[in-house]
Design a protein around this ligand. Structure first.
Ligand code: ADP
Ligand code: MG
Length: 680
């Protein structure tokens, strides 16, 4: 498959150069250069049946050829063709030289968009095929490839067609039993169908088969990764002892059933021979931090160190504070390490981690710096994993010797989806909310409600509660959005500042300034917080009872759900108000979902249906490769089947054979991401 392109008939050095521009470097990358779309030239209509505005194919005899030159530098070649049902004008611009290509009386097959101009049917620069006496157009379903400047469809089409003409097989990739079970066509046929489908049905089968193949390879990769880690010797922990027990005793509340179960899963993992690889999934406010704290205590109890990495300073800070509150300082030595940690303190923390005088470190990306070294790191917790790449997670892991790993996420990912993104992790789920939580009453309104809303803010603040107001921030127009946020801030500050204290945080503030405002809000000195960024409101302020989101239609449902999760954390009734002046029916439907459910999973599923997965997971950042043919939304069934099959196959052939068979393809398709995770 790494065959040179030069082996293909009609492809010489200059064609190779053109193909290279498309990223096509060898036969295998040529064959996986799939069409962007297809033109269906298989149905040819008579001229009278052509529909205006539609794209279609027809045939006719040339009646008349005329070149017009309405002005300098513009030549228009008009070829009129006709059949028994009507006439069609074929128009070519600046191709006067083609005048002699066509002759009156000759038959042409044309494919293009049908328009109506100057009283007659017309096609501008259609695809034209000369038909010899008695010949039918070869037409059919024609592939259309994504191109760049200087490369034509013809170059790609011809190279691919010529390769297929000279070959009649391709090495199979999937295990034979799997292919048979699914009644797959040969790989050769499947690829051929992708490039020149015989029928729409055959194309669908081929696409599905190759999408399955892609998913199978990826899942096999993830399973191999898991298997490799299974081979690693973990740091075996003792059954939970006095630190954990004492912590549970002095906790001001009882763990929920789900929290208990999650910690049991974690404890079992950490007491086993193999390193833990677990995803802790729970809606915002479901109480993941306490579970994480228990895991950390467990390693400390065993004489090891633990690290918790959060995506922002504020989140790290918040975790640090709540853990300090939860744990007795005399038992645990804890440190906070972020980008803004002062140099002297930073050095002290490095030292403490390297010598083992610090048990637990909470931090941001600062934790994965070279200089950070641990004496005995046994547990890595990553909060809000989707904001970190696989690579960053791996870097922190490498600071210990096969440490246990716990990933915490509030993004409620439907179970099947976790397979493709976190295929290498076991999952614990917290579905149950701590007792006493009231559902957050949610309303979707337009801005004509503002006055009433402001009166409502006032009432809540007068009762001692706090309010978040979030304005959307879209990257492309950060400046404009900032202006909008500042205006809103001024408006609200003028109204309330004297009485309640109003603050503004936005993405362009320095970390320290942000911190200061957040701290004021946290401590209650500020009652109303205007914010442009979603991230900065990742804080826990149980006293906040209103979350108001401006321009709500510009957020994803899952984002809105995250925002809503910032209120309703205490026992008082909380509210979420979504303001939108959108006129789109669809926007209101989406906002309606928010008013109707509190269940993050339902929200996520709706979001997936309405917006696609990339938005939800930030897949680009997840570190996993893009899929070319498979769509994790639409091909969920394929994904589940591929995972099951891959699992069964690997258990039959074993790890060594699995690696041997999959490695070349894993490397080729998913390149670096798997190289790092599997073979690092
Ligand atoms: P998240 O899952 O979003 O990280 P947190 O861990 O921040 O949620 O918990 C949200 C709030 O719920 C915190 O104030 C925490 O103290 C509280 N909490 C957690 N577990 C319980 C429980 N079992 N009973 C009562 N309150 C709880
Ligand atoms: Mg949290």
């Amino acid at each position: 498959m790494e065959e040179s392109l030069l082996t293909i008939k009609g492809v010489g050095p200059s064609r190779v150069k053109q193909l290279n521009k498309l990223g096509i470097t060898d036969v295998s990358s040529l064959l996986t250069y799939f069409p962007r779309t297809y033109e269906d030239r298989s149905a040819t209509y008579c001229i009278g049946a052509l529909k205006q505005g539609a794209v279609g194919a027809t045939e006719g005899t040339v009646l008349h050829i005329q070149e017009k030159k309405p002005r300098r530098g513009l030549s228009i070649l008009e070829i009129t063709i006709g059949d028994a049902t009507g006439r069609l004008k074929v128009v070519l611009f600046n191709q006067g030289y083609k005048k002699n290509f066509y002759k009156v009386g000759q038959r042409l097959h044309v494919y293009g968009k049908v328009e109506f101009a100057y009283g007659s049917l017309q096609m501008n620069t259609p695809h034209i095929e000369n038909l010899r006496e008695g010949q039918v157009a070869e037409a059919g379903i024609v592939p259309v490839y994504p191109l760049v400047e200087g490369v034509s469809q013809f170059v790609v089409r011809q190279a691919i067609a010529n390769w297929f003409a000279a070959h009649d097989s391709l090495p199979e990739l999937l295990p034979l039993a799997v292919s048979q079970e699914h009644s797959f066509m040969s790989r050769y046929e499947a690829f051929k169908e992708m490039h020149s489908p015989l029928t729409v049905e055959r194309y669908e089968l081929a696409r599905k088969q190759l999408a399955y193949e892609e998913l199978f390879i990826m899942q096999a990769g993830l399973l191999l990764l898991r298997a490799r880690e299974q081979d690693e010797q973990g740091i075996k922990m003792q059954p939970s002892g006095p630190l954990v027990a004492g912590f549970l005793e002095q906790l001001p509340f009882k763990l929920t059933g789900d929290q208990n179960r999650a910690f049991q899963d974690i404890a079992n993992d950490m007491e086993a021979e193999r390193p833990m690889r677990r995803l802790l999934q729970g809606d915002v406010g479901s109480g993941k931090t306490v579970v994480g704290a228990l895991a950390l205590l467990k390693v400390v109890e065993n004489g090891y160190q633990g690290a918790l990495m959060a995506p922002t300073e504020i989140l790290a800070q918040q975790h640090y504070e709540s853990l300090q509150e939860l744990m007795k300082p005399e038992d645990i030595r804890m440190a906070l390490l972020t980008g803004s940690t002062k140099n002297a303190e930073r050095q002290a923390i490095y030292e403490g981690l390297a010598t083992g005088t610090i048990d637990i470190v909470i931090g941001t990306h600062a934790l994965i710096q070279e200089a950070v070294q641990f004496k005995k790191l046994a547990l890595v917790i990553v909060d809000e994993q989707h904001r970190f790449g696989v690579e960053q997670r791996a870097t922190l892991q490498r600071k210990g010797v096969h440490p246990h790993m716990l990933v915490m996420t509030a993004t409620p990912i439907p179970r099947t989806m976790t397979l493709s993104i976190y295929g290498d992790l076991e999952v614990s789920l917290i579905k149950e909310m701590p007792p006493g939580r009231k559902p957050v009453l949610t309303y979707a309104v337009d801005s004509s409600y503002k006055e009433r809303l402001y009166a409502f803010f006032e009432k809540e603040m007068a009762a001692g509660h706090q309010v978040y107001v979030v304005c959307p921030l879209v990257e492309e127009s950060e400046k404009l959005d900032l202006v909008a946020a500042e205006q809103l801030y001024e408006e609200l500050a003028e109204r309330y500042n004297r009485q309640f204290g109003v603050g503004l945080v936005h993405g362009r503030m320095s970390a320290a300034d942000k911190e200061a405002v957040m701290d004021d809000f946290y401590k209650g000195r500020i009652k109303l917080l205007v914010s442009t960024t979603v991230i900065e409101v990742g804080v826990n302020v149980p006293n906040a009872t209103i979350m108001c989101v401006e321009g709500a239609e510009r957020f994803g449902l899952s984002q809105l759900h995250q925002l809503r999760g910032r209120v309703g954390r205490g026992s008082t009734q909380s509210y979420c108000v979504l303001i939108s002046d959108s006129r789109s029916e669809e926007s209101w439907q989406r906002l309606q979902v928010m008013t109707e459910t509190q269940d993050g999973f339902v929200v996520a599923e709706q979001d997936l249906l309405l917006r696609g997965s990339g938005q939800l997971f930030g897949l680009a950042q997840s570190g996993l490769p893009d899929l070319r043919l498979a769509n994790i939304l639409k091909d969920i069934d394929l994904l589940v089947a591929a995972r099951q099959d891959a699992k069964r196959w690997l258990s039959q052939v074993g790890f060594e054979v699995g690696v041997a068979q999959m490695k070349p393809e894993l490397m080729r398709r998913f390149g670096e991401s798997f190289q790092r995770i599997i073979y690092s």
